[in-house]
Design a protein around this ligand. Structure first.
Ligand SMILES: [Zn+2]
Length: 169
């Protein structure tokens, strides 16, 4: 069981919604959602607060197998595509430099082309890492359509926030 699953399981066994737990901890419901789906981890103080609100020990909150599961997660391999593109650019410039030794108009044109293409390729390689942002975190939460007013809202609301339709009433 992961840390997120432990929170979710205990929260649900207490009949609490993500919103209920969020309000008790003075965080947003999205934060609770992120803990439960594993995209975020609370800090140590917040983890202690969670364990107190849920009435469980820190050991139950962070089961040993959750720690072991984390240890087995391999680091993602380093992306070398930018280095490859930059090396290609350097090679093109080297070829261009080599070709300029020839005393021929056409070869000189090719050399010029290689030089420019090499510089552009190198710059493209240089900018590839800058195009990569942080991994996109899926913030979309399950939605439910209210049968009374027809509006969509977050799934775990016990009542429709628009018309107060009570799902458990
Ligand atoms: Zn409604």
């Amino acid at each position: 069981m992961t840390f997120g699953e432990a929170i979710k399981q205990k929260r649900e066994s207490l009949g609490m919604t993500q919103q209920d737990l969020a309000e008790k901890l003075f965080v947003s419901r999205q934060t609770v959602c992120r803990w439960e789906n594993g995209s975020r981890c609370p800090d140590l103080i917040m983890a202690k607060k969670i364990s107190m609100v849920l009435g469980i020990s820190m050991d139950d909150l962070v089961p040993t197998e959750a720690v072991q599961a984390q240890e087995t997660v391999k680091e993602s391999p380093v992306d070398l595509s930018c280095v490859k593109v930059m090396l290609l650019g350097i090679m093109l410039v080297l070829v261009a430099t080599f070709l300029t030794a020839a005393d021929d108009g056409f070869v000189m044109d090719v050399a010029g082309f290689c030089f420019v293409a090499g510089i552009i390729t190198f710059l493209v390689g240089l900018f590839i890492p800058m195009q990569k942002g942080d991994p996109v975190i899926d913030d979309t939460l399950p939605q439910r359509k209210c049968p009374q007013c027809g509006k969509e809202h977050d799934f775990d609301y016990p009542k429709c926030p628009y018309c107060n339709h009570n799902y458990y009433g």
